[in-house]
Every structure is written in C-alpha cells, then in structure tokens.
Design a protein around this ligand. Structure first.
Ligand SMILES: Nc1ncnc2c1ncn2[C@@H]1O[C@H](COP(=O)(O)OP(=O)(O)O)[C@@H](O)[C@H]1O
Ligand SMILES: [Mg+2]
Length: 205
C-alpha cells in the first residue's frame, strides 16, 4: 500500500523542505522503498535540493515537465486543435536514482510559474489526487513538500495524503504557526471524511 505524507506548516523556514529531501533519500537508500517526492512550492527549493541549481535550470530551459502541468492540464490547450493535451505521467515524473534491489527515488519538480495557478484556482486542487492514483502503485512512499501558505496547493496536498507531518522549530514564531496549521488540518479532515474526495479510501491523520 502506498503511503502519502504531506509536510506542512503555515510558518516558513522550519525545515519542511530539508526534512522532505532527507526523508526521501533515507527511505529509498536505507529503507529500500520506492519513493516519489513532489515539490508543491513555487519556490522550488526541493527540486533544487535534488537536482542541483545547474541541472534544475537545464531542466526548465529544456521545457521538461513539472507539477505545473498537473494543475494547468485543462488550461494549456495545444497548438494544433486547441484541446487540452492528455497528461503523460512519464513526462512529469523524473527518475533521480534507482538501486538494484528495486528501490528508487523519483521527483515531480516545481517551478515559479506554479504561482499562476494560485491566481485562478477554480477546482484545481482536485487534479492532484487522480493524477497520483494513476501512478501510486509504483511507489511505497509519496512525500509532498508544501509552501507555507494555505492555498489550492496545500488543499491538493491534503486531498492527496494519508498523513500530515508538521515540522516545528523550537522558537516563538514557529510555535505560533502550529496552531493554525492544526486547525486547518482538522477542518480538512472533517471535510474529507464527509465528502470522501480522496483516492485510496483512507482518512487524513
Ligand atoms: N535540522 C536542521 N538543523 C539546522 N538547520 C536546519 C535544519 N533543517 C533545516 N535547516 C535549515 O533551516 C533553513 C530552512 O529550512 P527549509 O527546509 O528550507 O524550511 P522550509 O521548507 O520549512 O521553509 C535552511 O537554511 C536549512 O538549511
Ligand atoms: Mg520549503
């Protein structure tokens, strides 16, 4: 069974991205899991951690896929007939490393233009769960790194996760961020169990 975990806190700088990066590597390399890391922050720090600044830039310049295409799949009509292009998961998911025992680490990178998605949110937060449902059998663990602002991106993360990890630094502002994060998580949990709009049939924990 695939376990999806989101790393969320309304406060930035508490270690969400660093923890996502290290958890992903540890889970694949030492725990022999098949891991998918998803960068849901337009700042794209997780993508830069994994790929390095140079390779990440080359990736963008070559117009290779990012998480943006999942959220904008119906608003990017192709040039030929104006219809949306069918999303190909192999163009969005990038293999970073694989081991002989079958464990691996894949990444769905982010890019700054993901911030556009926030300007025209509509029902876009519902697009991530069905995309992940298509590929989740390829993974044991999915880690989703979020931006420190409540938006359709965090809503998408909540809808796609079974667990939420809230990293907190032992400092004044970081502990203040904990309370609204917990309140929001409880609200989403109540909403999700009513609406059953998650894939996999698990409730958020
Ligand atoms: N366990 C840690 N110990 C010390 N510094 C850390 C630790 N985790 C993260 N950092 C540092 O804290 C800063 C913010 O971390 P980051 O992972 O980018 O936070 P967030 O994703 O929550 O904004 C970075 O400079 C990072 O190197
Ligand atoms: Mg971060």
């Amino acid at each position: 069974m695939t376990v999806a975990v989101s790393l969320i806190n309304m406060k930035g700088g508490v270690g969400k991205t660093t923890l996502a990066f290290n958890l992903a590597w540890f889970s694949a390399w030492k725990a022999n899991l098949r891991v998918l890391a998803i960068d849901l922050d337009p700042q794209a720090n997780l993508s830069q951690y994994f790929m390095g600044a140079q390779r990440y830039l080359e990736h963008l310049n070559a117009d290779k896929g990012t998480v943006l295409e999942i959220f904008e799949q119906f608003s990017m009509p192709n040039q030929k007939n104006g219809a949306p292009t069918l999303l190909d998961p192999t163009k969005i998911v990038h293999r970073l490393h694989e081991w002989n025992d079958g464990s691996l680490i894949d990444l769905i990178p982010s890019r700054l233009e993901l911030a556009w998605t926030l300007k025209n949110p509509t029902e876009k937060s519902s697009l991530l769960p069905p995309f992940l449902a298509k590929i989740s059998e390829n993974y044991d663990l999915i880690l989703i790194d979020c931006a420190p602002t409540e938006s359709i991106l965090t809503a998408a993360a909540y809808k796609s996760s079974r667990f939420v990890v809230v990293p907190v630094k032992p400092e004044f502002l970081a502990t203040i961020g904990l309370s609204p994060t917990c309140t929001l998580t409880r609200r989403v949990q109540a909403h999700a169990s009513r609406a059953r709009h998650r894939y996999g049939g698990h409730s958020l924990q």
